[in-house]
Design a protein around this ligand. Structure first.
Ligand SMILES: [Zn+2]
Length: 235
């Protein structure tokens, strides 16, 4: 054990710090590890997997087999060590301190819809009947090192987009690739995109806003409203 007690076996340290030290000292950069090995090492701690994922916003790059196909499904790969969260001044790096008030504000501002794919709360993903989207809050710039829980830095995302975006580190499209797509858009859509860029938000139409609100209602009330709308249109 080091002089400062900075050893992953030290149960007095926070779980995220212990996971970081275990990755640094036992796995080491450039090696794969299994979730089972992680859980076996950090015993007696709650939510070890989650604490490991919490290292990503602090600049740690931990790959899964989704973005590194050579890995087995239960394997992870330590590609880069980020903020030294075992040091006092870096202990809170990447941690999201989002108040309940901010959370409500962001969800309402974003009409309770994923800002990346447009799925609504508890809605099924297109082409996947039976799937259920869960909304969460993500950072506008997920790979920034900021830890501020400010509403303007946060967007509503479904859990799936949130995970995808977090895993995108290093494999994002290049500026040239994105520019090719932008250039290929018809003129009208180019102007539309420019407006979104200027506002830094994709504006929702009144019908999309109404849809987001409708999706917040319990299923029985949604059915009722659907019938009411049908009656209204037929009357
Ligand atoms: Zn989404």
């Amino acid at each position: 054990m080091s002089a400062e007690g900075l050893d992953w076996r030290n149960a007095n340290l926070g779980t995220r710090v212990r996971v970081a030290l275990w990755l640094r000292d036992e796995v080491r950069v450039g090696n794969a590890f299994s979730k089972a090995a992680l859980r076996a090492a950090i015993t007696g701690a709650e939510q070890v997997d989650r604490r490991m994922r919490d290292l990503r916003p602090a600049g740690w790059v931990i790959r899964t087999n989704l973005d590194k196909p050579s890995l087995q499904p239960d394997q992870l790969f330590l590609e880069k060590i980020g903020a030294p969260v075992w040091e006092r001044e870096h202990r809170a790096a990447g941690l999201r301190q989002i108040s309940a008030k901010t959370r409500r504000y962001v969800l309402e501002r974003d009409q309770h819809m994923c800002r990346r794919c447009g799925v609504g709360a508890a809605e099924a993903y297109p082409g996947e009947p039976g799937s259920t989207a869960r909304l969460t809050l993500g950072h506008v710039n997920p790979h920034g090192s900021g830890s501020a829980g400010r509403a303007e830095d946060l967007i509503t995302e479904c859990a799936r987009c949130n995970e995808l975006v977090r895993n995108l580190t290093g494999v994002q499209m290049s500026s040239a690739q994105v520019w090719e797509r932008v250039k290929a858009l018809p003129g009208k859509q180019k102007r539309e995109l420019l407006e979104w860029m200027a506002a830094d938000v994709r504006p929702l139409s009144p019908v999309e806003r109404a849809w987001g609100m409708y999706r917040q209602l319990p299923a029985a009330l949604r059915d009722e409203m659907q019938r009411d709308l049908q009656d209204l249109l037929e009357s």
